[in-house]
Ligand binder design. Structure first.
Ligand SMILES: [Mg+2]
Length: 186
């Protein structure tokens, strides 16, 4: 049975609704299936790490203290359900102002997770709803899963030739079912 070293998770459109630039905790809502799906995925991974582009900070739309409150809420919720979240990494760079490699599709946040938490990236999986979530997975050599929640359907148009994700599913719940079936039942 294959156990991932880490499942990297995009945030908006993957584990929670994405109305665009979530500014405070009142606007943050996990998908109803998210916790159950993550608990199921816990069977096939040692850990989770959220990697999220939050350009709203550099755009002056999102206040960093409010963002931290949202992330404290996520950490507490995951902990309450025994979901081993090691960190929430964010890239606040503005996409039009020479963003650093931290901003996805750059691989900076993944490299940071590798060096701080000794994650084996090649034994990890990235799950997200955007082309920019899948591309770093391909560059690093991680498996990748596109969820069609959030902007997933729009993202489908951006994949060409052999650059497709390993898995495409309707949402995180379906992804958890598929992976657990594949990894636990053979
Ligand atoms: Mg997203």
């Amino acid at each position: 049975m294959k156990i991932y070293d880490c499942i990297f998770l995009d945030r908006d459109g993957t584990i929670n609704f994405d109305p665009g630039y979530i500014k405070n905790i009142d606007e943050f809502k996990l998908y109803s299936y998210a916790i159950d799906a993550l608990r199921k995925l816990s069977l096939i991974t040692k850990s989770f790490c959220i990697v999220s582009n939050q350009s709203g900070v550099s755009r002056g739309i999102i206040n960093i203290d409010e963002l931290n409150k949202i992330h404290e809420y996520i950490k507490l919720t995951f902990k309450k359900h025994n979901i081993n979240l090691i960190d929430i990494l964010i890239a606040t760079d503005h996409p039009d102002k020479e963003p650093s490699s931290r901003r996805k599709p750059g691989i900076g946040m993944f490299i940071e997770a590798k060096s701080v938490y000794e994650i084996k990236l090649k034994d990890s999986l990235m799950i997200g709803d955007s082309y920019t979530d899948i591309e770093p997975g391909r560059v690093i050599g991680m498996e990748s899963m596109l969820v069609l929640s959030g902007i997933g359907n729009l993202s489908l148009k951006k994949f060409k030739n052999n650059l497709w994700p390993n898995y495409i599913v309707n949402n995180l719940s379906e992804g958890a079912d598929l992976l657990c079936k594949e990894k636990l039942e053979y």
